[in-house]
Design a protein. Sequence first.
Length: 95
Amino acid sequence: MKLDLFSFWADDMLWVNRIYLGFRGDGLPDRKVRELRIRAGKTQKEIADYLNISRSTYTLYESAKRQMSNETLCALAEYYGVSTCLLYTSDAADE
């Protein structure tokens, strides 16, 4: 088994960010994935198919009624070609 220290660090950072944002209640990843999907001109169904989940489950993610797993966040970041850190930044930080 090969140890990938970056993967451990990235996974830990996702959890730290998730805990911090959970206390703030920002729901930034939920808003960001919706924004990225719309910018890419994709439907919820297309993204749900990519993630191998139902459209209704994906809708719950975008509406912040269900929390995305780290694996889902990483898959979406890879799909859109962005860093997972981007999913946790506000629009003002993107500019």
